[in-house]
Design a protein around this ligand. Sequence first.
Ligand code: GLN
Length: 266
Amino acid sequence: MTAPVLRICHLYPELMNIYGDRGNVIALTMRCRWRGWEVQVTGLSLGDPLDPSRYDLYFMGGGQDREQMMVCEDLAGEKGEALRAAVEDGAALLSICGGYQLLGKRFLTCTGEDLPGISLFDAETVGGDTRFIGNVAVRCRLEGMEGTLVGFENHSGRTRLGPAGKPLGEVIKGYGNNGEDGSEGCVYRHAIGTYLHGSLLPKNPSLADWLILRALRRRYDLEQLPPLDDALEEEAHRAALYMVLRKGPRLRLPRWGGWRASGRFG
Ligand code: GLN
């Protein structure tokens, strides 16, 4: 088999990028390069056409309501249809917060703007008058992957899943989709929507590999990805999980390198 080349489409990189969301693209890129594989990242923004056959993995980060309005208009029609077609064809996708909201059916902002989504996810979002802010831990179940996810959320939108909407996981701590029903995010085929900023993928390496494997399997004969030494990533995951569960802004973390030596998470 020739060495895989992962083709990433980064949607609206300059408009939809808060709380380090771009770090997800860096994590995906590095996890392929560490395996000796090439990665091509193409940014597509307002007015750029989307050819669904050109990419394996799509990423869209979060954004404020103002940016979401511009993106919503741009995604209406052909571009949104092309993105849906790509996911139907098996492409992988990760969307965070404001990006996730626009891939549902509709986002009604807290100032009354009605933003139609592309209906990739059976989900509707309504802006609330308070914000859900804080660290989050989620129990996640995906085909071939089960475990915890850690991240940071900051949103006024409350998302409700429809009957076909399958959550990404259950909230252990935090608010998730709406602060009421315990669900977090949504999954459709190999597309994931989630409220978890962070960046999410550097400290949730299994999710990064879940996306990479599904993205590449369409074009390459891959059973599994070659494993990487994820000791640091797993420490970051455990440290974040510990912080969320202990609710610890005042928690004093050991200096870098202290985790393993202290054995506190062993
Ligand atoms: N504007 C949206 C909300 O507040 C999304 C914010 C974000 O992406 N963090 O719900």
